[in-house]
Design a protein around this ligand. Sequence first.
Ligand SMILES: Nc1nc2c(ncn2[C@@H]2O[C@H](COP(=O)(O)OP(=O)(O)OP(=O)(O)O)[C@@H](O)[C@H]2O)c(=O)[nH]1
Length: 340
Amino acid sequence: MRMEQAPTLTPDFLALLDTHAGLHFVRTLWEHFPERMFIIRVEGPEDFIIEAINPAQQTSIGIATQNLGQRIGDLLPGPIGHDVLRNYARCVEAGTPIRYEESGIFIDSDGTRQHGHWLTLLVPIKNQGGIITHLFGVAQNLTELRLAREALERQNLELERRVTERTAELLAVNERLAILATRDFLTDAYNRRHMVTLAEAELRRANRYDLPLCALMLDIDDFKGINDRCGHAAGDHVLRQVAKVIRETLRDSDLVGRYGGDEFMILIPETPLAGARESAERLRTAVQATTSCSISLGLAQRQATDESLDELLSRADAMLMLAKRNGRNRLEMAELIAPG
Ligand SMILES: Nc1nc2c(ncn2[C@@H]2O[C@H](COP(=O)(O)OP(=O)(O)OP(=O)(O)O)[C@@H](O)[C@H]2O)c(=O)[nH]1
């Protein structure tokens, strides 16, 4: 059963439309409607003739009155005309209203030609036989809206760019802060606080899995004399040189920290005493060969009875003192004390 359509006009208004006043009403609407309106006669599937344009359309595109009655293909050659024809043909083929955005040239209120954008609604008009004879179009000017949207998009992009830039800056600052908080600025070795934190974690791991772990303490020989003879800057240079030799000689997995003054602490994980001894000797030789100073070293390995890092470090430190007492530029090491 077909639903009866509710009336969309009052009887009075319907009566008015059937009179001369009704014609006047429609004409007034056509004359004063602020958006562009146009009527196209459908001559064939791709053949369309401009039948009527309202004054808003006339002002905005400047079509001369003599162009009325002309074929769209003749009036608008090139890509713009091609797009217009394609949309008209699409509407005829669909047989229903279609909406699309289009762009082109219009003349603004100052008489200047401008590039513009429209949202166009095309409505097919059928005769009593159901054949589409005309297309009724209304084109709403989106130019300002579009310009505002583009400006907003540009602003958003700019904002995103600034956020990305700022985030990268913050990341770099954070990285820098992390380096400042964990590294010694002169030698780039870990600072004492961070080195102790890392060493404690390493000792816990070694204790848990019963892994070999060695601690090496080293001190530059007669560093005070270098400072006194050559100046503090020369002393700094020697510190940097020694740190560089340590980095280049040891493995990446070895932890290197500046313990204080001219003293460095090195943790050699997963390496028994014999292997650590080789590394320490190689280091001593490399420092002597490539810098103007020598170093003394004390080596100790983790014992099962070690309860804190201090115990391991104090054995390595005692060996360092022994190396100093025994004439410097040498390595001393604490042998493993057999349990029981
Ligand atoms: N240039 C420089 N000197 C430093 C720095 N930190 C500590 N020192 C100096 O390093 C010297 C440390 O000397 P010591 O290790 O006590 O003694 P030494 O002269 O090396 O003698 P031995 O260790 O017995 O061979 C002191 O004179 C400190 O002033 C630093 O960052 N730069």
